[in-house]
Structures are given as structure tokens and as C-alpha cells.
Design a protein around this ligand. Structure first.
Ligand code: NAD
Ligand code: UDP
Length: 340
């Protein structure tokens, strides 16, 4: 039996939806994990099951500020940057902080990686493509972002974050891996996250009106969290000559309209919730679908979990486990049997 040398990794944003799943996956592969989070949108309860694990630590810190001295003394093998609110209502609540999180936060984490000689993983986003004029979106597309609109604090912050990563790599300072993550969903999303999957599932379970923004014809492509985390791990461990690997789209190419998503969730939950329309938010992208040819070729990765299966897991999680889940949510035994 061969034993791998234990590695130490830093996960910024580790208490969030994706970050907490990433901590689980890294611990499962034998890494020692230090999670760092300001709890802006993340929660301690996402990591509660790890509290007694001697290979896990959690540090409260806002990455807009330089890392605490204790962390600067640590040596890391890899640094993962997932710190940034990802839901439009949350990232727009304090746009200046969102922008600084992606710019100053990425810089502080790159400096930590440089000091350790660690590899750096950046959670970028499909939002770098803005409201895309090219469909589906390959990594070579430079995007169509409104730099002054309400989404800009996030989109432009993430674009600048990528810029910093490649500047550090070009200067020979840090080896970087950048994932452009497309809409991802699953257990541990917050009921009040504000993104479409958690909103629609919680509204359906509670019997509340389902809010469709605009006419519901806009499209997204939804990736289940387990698939996404597998892609992040593969990309972050990918060996390549030179310090930089081009950005890699990670997402599920199955595209559907928001109305389609609502119809599926209503059918699966058996909910009688009415559907109401709300104004389409400013600069809401019309279409979004990843071209994942690069991820397939480079990493041998493509999503394995079909939407129905991922939605089942998400619906049952909100019905059974989410402490802030919809009050009065009941999934009947009959419906549950049909779901699983
Ligand atoms: P999330 O809001 O659940 O997680 C973000 C985490 O970062 C939270 O724990 C939050 O408290 C923390 N955080 C925010 N600002 C911080 C700061 N200044 N200092 C320290 N911690 C801070 O969102 P998520 O869906 O888990 O997203 C994780 C990352 O993946 C984000 O960087 C996001 O931009 C990116 N991403 C996610 C998606 C998606 O669909 N989930 C899509 C594209 C990109
Ligand atoms: N959306 C919606 N109802 C909601 C929340 C979102 O119709 O309750 C729409 C939103 O306008 C967008 C799509 O669903 O067109 C995806 O929104 P989300 O915030 O999940 O992600 P993003 O817009 O960042 O891709």
C-alpha cells in the first residue's frame, strides 16, 4: 500500500455552499484543511460535522484585509479561493465590498500562495461572459459585461480576479488554475440565498407563490454540486507544464428555461403553488450554457448527475434537513416514494 504525503490546503469561503462541500471532498482525499470565512453568506453549520476532525480548522476572517499573522506563518500546498457572495441579492447588497473581495481578497490569497509556493485555485464564474453574444460560451469568448450596472461589482470583480491570477502566473510567482463555474445547485444552499433553484424549491415546498423574473424564457444550465466539486478537484490537481492553465468552464451543458425549471419542480413536489411574475432584474443574462470541451479534454470531466436526480436530492434536503428551510414544508410519503 502506498501512502501519500499529507498536504495542507487553505479554503477561503469554506463555510459557503460550494466551499463546505469542497472541504468535505478534500478531507476525504486525505488533505489537511484550513477553512477561512467571514460568514457573510456562509454558515458554521455547513461545517459543524467537521468540528471534531483533527485535520480540520476554521478561521474567521474577511479576505478584504490581509490574512491574519497565524495564517501567514502557515505553509500551504494549495490555496482555494471561493470567498465571494455568489447570489445577486447578496452580492449587490454591498457592491463595494463584493468588488474588493474579488480584487483585494484574491491578492491576499495569491500572496499567501506565493509565500508557500502553493498552487492557487480561483473560483471564477460564467458571469465573466456577461449577457453572452456567443452561445454556448467557450473559454475563448471575452464576454459582454456592462461595467457600470448592478451586476458589475461581481462580474468585473471576478474578471479582475482572473487578471490578477494570470499576472502572478506570468511573473512566475504562483501556479494558477481558474474555473469558470456555471450555475450550480444542491444541498446546503441557503433558503434565503435568492438564487433561482433554492427560491423555487422552497416556495414550492412552502406552498408560496413561485417568483418568475421576466417572462421565464431566459435560460440557464444547472450543475449538481457533486459534479462541480469533482471538476474543481480535478482541475486543481491537474499537472501541466508552466505555471498557468487557461481558464476552464465547469458546468452542465443541459440548458433549460426558468419556466421549464419551475414546471419540473412543481411536478416533482406536487405543489399547488401559483406562479407570479416579477420584473426581470437589470442586465439579467438571456441565455447561458457552457461549452465544456476543454474540461472534457484536459480533465476527462463531464457532469454525471441528471437534473431530475440533483433536484430530488435538493428537494429532500430542503424538506428534511435545512434548518432555515420552508416552514410547513411537507413532502408526503407517497410523493417521497416517487422522488427516491
Ligand atoms: P456562497 O455565498 O454560499 O459562498 C461564498 C462564501 O464566501 C461564504 O461562505 C461567504 O461567507 C464567504 N465570503 C464572502 N465574502 C467574503 C470575504 N470578503 N472574506 C471571507 N469570506 C467571504 O456561494 P457559493 O455558491 O458557495 O460560491 C462559492 C464561490 O464560487 C464564489 O466565489 C462564487 O463566486 C463562485 N461561483 C459559484 C457559482 C454557483 O452557482 N454556486 C457559480 C459561479 C461561481
Ligand atoms: N430568477 C427567477 N426567480 C427567482 C430567482 C431568479 O426567475 O426567484 C431568474 C433570474 O432572473 C435569472 C435566473 O433565474 O434569469 C437565474 O438566476 P440566479 O440568481 O439563480 O442566477 P444568475 O442570474 O446569477 O445566473
Amino acid at each position: 500500500m502506498t501512502h501519500r504525503k499529507s498536504t495542507t490546503v487553505l479554503v477561503a469561503g469554506g463555510a459557503g455552499f460550494l466551499g463546505s462541500h469542497l472541504c468535505d471532498a478534500l478531507l476525504a482525499r486525505g488533505d489537511r484543511v484550513i477553512a477561512l470565512d467571514s460568514f457573510l453568506t456562509g454558515r458554521r453549520r455547513n461545517l459543524r460535522h467537521l468540528e471534531r476532525d483533527p485535520r480540520f480548522d476554521l478561521v474567521e476572517h474577511d479576505v478584504v484585509r490581509p490574512l491574519p499573522a497565524a495564517l501567514r506563518r502557515q505553509t500551504f500546498d494549495r490555496v482555494y479561493n471561493l470567498a465571494c457572495a455568489a447570489s445577486p441579492p447578496h452580492y449587490q447588497a454591498d457592491p463595494e465590498h463584493t468588488l474588493l473581495t474579488s480584487v483585494l481578497g484574491t491578492r491576499h490569497l495569491l500572496l499567501a500562495a506565493e509565500a508557500s509556493g502553493a498552487r492557487f485555485f480561483q473560483a471564477s464564474t460564467s458571469e465573466v461572459y456577461g449577457d453572452p453574444e456567443v452561445h454556448p460560451q467557450p473559454e475563448g469568448y471575452w464576454g459582454h459585461v456592462n461595467p457600470t450596472g448592478p451586476r458589475a461589482c461581481y462580474d468585473e470583480g471576478k474578471r479582475a480576479g482572473e487578471t490578477l491570477c494570470y499576472d502572478y502566473a506570468r511573473a512566475g510567482r504562483v501556479a494558477v488554475r481558474v474555473a469558470r463555474i456555471f450555475n450550480t445547485y444542491g444541498p446546503r444552499m441557503r433558503a434565503d440565498d435568492g438564487r433561482v433553484v433554492s427560491n423555487v424549491v422552497c416556495q414550492a415546498l412552502a406552498g408560496d407563490a413561485i417568483t418568475v423574473y421576466g417572462d421565464g424564457s431566459q435560460t440557464r444550465s444547472f450543475c449538481y454540486v457533486a459534479d462541480l466539486i469533482e471538476g474543481i478537484i480535478r482541475l486543481s490537481l491537474h499537472e501541466a507544464p508552466g505555471l498557468a492553465v487557461s481558464p476552464v468552464n465547469l458546468g452542465n451543458p443541459v440548458e433549460l428555461t426558468v419556466s421549464d425549471l419551475v414546471a419540473r419542480v412543481l411536478a416533482m413536489t406536487g405543489s399547488a403553488s401559483p406562479v407570479v411574475t416579477r420584473p426581470l432584474p437589470t442586465d439579467d443574462p438571456r441565455r447561458r450554457r457552457p461549452d465544456i470541451a476543454r474540461a472534457k479534454e484536459l480533465l476527462g470531466w463531464s457532469p454525471a448527475v441528471p437534473l431530475e436526480q440533483g433536484l430530488k436530492a435538493t428537494i429532500l434536503w430542503f424538506a428534511d434537513e435545512a434548518e432555515d428551510g420552508p416552514r410547513g414544508a411537507v413532502v408526503s410519503e407517497e410523493r417521497r416514494a416517487a422522488l427516491v
